[in-house]
Design a protein around this ligand. Structure first.
Ligand SMILES: C[S@@+](CC[C@H](N)C(=O)[O-])C[C@H]1O[C@@H](n2cnc3c(N)ncnc32)[C@H](O)[C@@H]1O
Length: 249
């Protein structure tokens, strides 16, 4: 059963709604645990005391965690992707693939709209995950979601600094989700930026709660010379929405 808010936001089959409700509940339960709060607190201390934004031990801790984008942010993201007609989306940080399901629904529906208007169109979500066990779980959930989701996703396994920096990327990227460990946000944006279309949307999660960790990223997108218009949406933890609007094409 989906909540009324979910059914109002998202066009999806009852099966996909039920899957999303289940996955968000599992992720929220993990995030509410004491051990997870302690983990985030330790990260902030490590940053302030030792300027260490991430450590290999943190990867070990996160290997069995969803850390899914919150449900209300996912709904916003889906609507933004639908409103902008995004066909080529890059997701930095896939984990168990929850946010990917929303992006895939949006791309599939945007392609269908184009075709219904008599235009030829194709689209895909390029998803990225470096942990093989997480990638396998994501694939299993997408299979459970079925064709409306699975057929639209291309998952690239490995370090996204390599898997996204290749010639076989979409020539134009309409939408980028940065839901990744904070030190990776700016390097990822810089890899994708040459492919961003004018008007492309870039979302970065948790920019309010993790503001010190996002300093370099926020400095970059706030600098007018870099071509972004940007605002933080006051969801829990903050969701930075930027639109690529360079003054010269
Ligand atoms: C916050 S989670 C993504 C959650 C996902 N967007 C969702 O809503 O379900 C971030 C993910 O990025 C992955 N990750 C971190 N560094 C990476 C890298 N260099 N290359 C690829 N994936 C990476 C982590 O393993 C983790 O699963």
């Amino acid at each position: 059963m989906s909540t009324p808010a979910a059914s109002q936001a998202l066009a999806a089959s009852p099966r996909v709604h039920a899957l999303l409700t289940r996955l968000h509940a599992a992720s929220a339960a993990q995030e509410k645990s004491l051990s997870q709060s302690w983990f985030y607190l330790k990260r902030l201390f490590a940053f302030y005391l030792f300027s260490r934004a991430w450590a290999p031990a943190a990867d070990d801790h996160m290997r069995d965690k969803f850390v899914a984008l919150d449900q209300d942010k996912c709904q916003f993201m889906y609507l933004a992707a639908r409103a902008s007609g995004a066909l080529h989306i890059v997701e930095a940080g896939t984990s168990f693939g929850v946010s990917t399901i929303y992006l895939a629904l949006a791309v599939g529906q945007n392609v269908a709209d184009q075709k219904a208007a008599g235009r030829t169109a194709s689209g895909r979500v390029v998803a990225t995950e470096k942990e093989p066990t997480k990638a396998a779980r994501a694939r299993a959930y997408w299979a459970e979601a079925g064709d409306e989701v699975q057929g639209v996703i291309e998952l690239r396994e490995g370090d996204l600094l390599e898997t996204l920096d290749r010639d076989d990327m979409p020539a134009q990227v309409d939408f980028l989700l940065l839901d990744i460990w904070t030190p990776m946000a700016l390097p990822t944006l810089k890899i994708i930026k040459p492919r961003l279309k004018k008007g492309a949307i870039v979302l970065a999660d948790n920019t309010g709660k993790a503001r010190p960790l996002y300093k370099e990223y926020l400095d970059y997108i706030h600098h007018p010379a870099n071509g972004f218009r940007t605002t933080e949406i006051p969801y829990s933890g903050g969701l930075q929405m930027s639109v690529y609007l360079p003054e010269t094409d």
